[in-house]
Design a protein around this ligand. Structure first.
Ligand code: PLP
Length: 419
């Protein structure tokens, strides 16, 4: 044990004082996160702050979070398969429905196989930790590299931290957001380094921007450099593409990703759960080596059955996806017509740019008074001076809901001098 000098030791009382100081610092810098409880079920319109609110802050893209068919599937799942398995998958936590959902996810996304995890966060950690930097041959003589978009989700960043970076068998290069030129330049430059495994990791859709990665170019680039392409489709599955198969469908490269991770907690029902989809051998390997899979409980039957029903609905017809796209187009067009600046794109995440953090804060609290629930994002979550309200559109919204939200944006925007 190393000696800790008396002056540096944090006794438990001082620890709590330090935590208080940290919280005060967050409050002073206005980065303190406040939770406004939703007083109803999740939907296009909710009860919150004592009144009816158009919900523009949820990932309930298809409105499945409380869709009658999803609730019914969950209820049946509970009745038929029970509440919980009280086990991890490999002991006694696997029912046929778990295997069925894995097959359905794989088929929907155009991969050979899929493996469930308790969340996409866990799935991303599992993937990088189990695969990258691992001494497969036992020779110890190798070095892997991960190329990662700077704006990738926290779970990818943490997953990469769990790859064998500490033992120096993995290098990480974070390229500028969606900067294909920089990525290609680095891949070229790194040819001389004789890396063993190269992995390119990107979000399909970036949650702060609502932008997507140009996956056609990623596929070409990954193939040309013999790199493994990993895409996190959490905000895209059920959302982008004509049939909701995500960013690959939108970019014309469905079925050509090496690895897709995703969540059941957004468009596909909105409860929780995540997955990795890809080659069967990779999924088989993760079933043996993923620590979050091996040492954490299997998904409850309700969630599994509801997710299967979500995929049923997407495969039957694309009416919900079409409605989502129509709502998104409408809101994007109308909010611009009011004079607001947005980040252009096609995704139901519509960042309405307001500049300063204080403006975003004022605007979201005024909007709450007007019956519109929307959250602001500011530094350090997004760059300084690029504070925004992140609007998220749902298939559960009616045109009347969107018109009400737009009228409130106009009123509050004028009042605060944003437009
Ligand atoms: C939401 C999200 C996650 C986390 O998903 P969970 O299933 O809630 O853990 C991971 N990656 C991205 C890109 C996300 O948007």
């Amino acid at each position: 044990m190393s000696q800790v000098s008396a002056s540096k030791k944090l006794d438990v009382k001082s620890l709590y004082n330090a935590l208080n100081a940290e919280l005060d610092k967050a409050r002073d810098s206005k980065t303190f996160k406040v939770e406004v409880p939703v007083e109803s079920i999740q939907a296009g319109v909710v009860q919150a702050a004592g009144r009816s609110q158009v919900m523009l802050a949820s990932n309930n893209y298809l409105g499945l979070a409380n869709h009658p068919r999803i609730r019914e599937a969950a209820r049946k799942g509970l009745e038929k398969h029970g509440y919980g398995l009280a086990s991890v998958r490999f002991l006694c936590g696997t029912q046929k429905i778990h295997l069925e959902l894995e097959e359905r996810i794989a088929r929907f996304l155009g991969t050979e196989a899929a493996i469930l995890h308790s969340s996409c966060f866990a799935a991303n950690e599992a993937f990088f930790a189990a695969l990258v930097g691992t001494d497969f041959s036992g020779s110890g003589d190798y070095r892997d590299v991960i190329y990662s978009d700077q704006f990738n989700h926290a779970s990818i960043i943490d997953g990469i931290r769990l790859a064998r970076i500490a033992v120096k068998t993995t290098d990480v290069r974070a390229y500028k957001h969606n900067d294909m030129a920089q990525l290609k330049g680095w891949l070229e430059e790194d040819k001389a380094k004789d890396y063993r495994l190269s992995v390119i990791a990107t979000d399909g859709v970036f949650s702060m921007e609502g932008e997507h990665a140009d996956l056609a170019d990623f596929v070409k680039t990954a193939r040309a450099n013999d790199a493994l392409l990993f895409v996190d489709e959490s905000h895209a599955t059920g959302v982008l593409g004509e049939t909701g198969r995500g960013t690959p469908e939108l970019c014309g490269v469905h079925g050509r990703m090496d690895v897709i991770s995703g969540t059941l907690g957004k468009a596909l029902g909105g409860a929780n759960g995540g997955f990795i989809a890809g080659k069967k051998v990779l999924v088989d390997y993760l079933r043996q080596k993923s620590r979050p899979y091996t040492f954490s409980n299997s998904l409850p039957p309700m969630v599994v059955c509801a997710a299967i029903e979500a995929i049923n609905m997407l495969e039957e017809d694309n009416s919900l996806v079409t409605k989502l796209h129509q709502n998104t187009d409408y809101f994007r067009k109308e909010i611009k017509r009011l004079g607001f600046t947005i980040l252009e794109g096609v995704h139901p995440i519509v960042p309405v740019m307001v500049g300063e953090a204080s403006t975003a804060m004022d605007m979201s609290s005024h909007l709450l008074d007007e019956g519109v629930y929307v959250r602001g994002l500011w530094y350090p979550v997004v760059p300084k001076g690029e504070a925004r309200l992140r609007v998220q559109i749902s298939a559960d919204h009616t045109v009347q809901d969107l018109d009400k939200a737009l009228a409130a944006f106009a009123k509050v925007g004028r009042h605060l001098g944003v437009i």
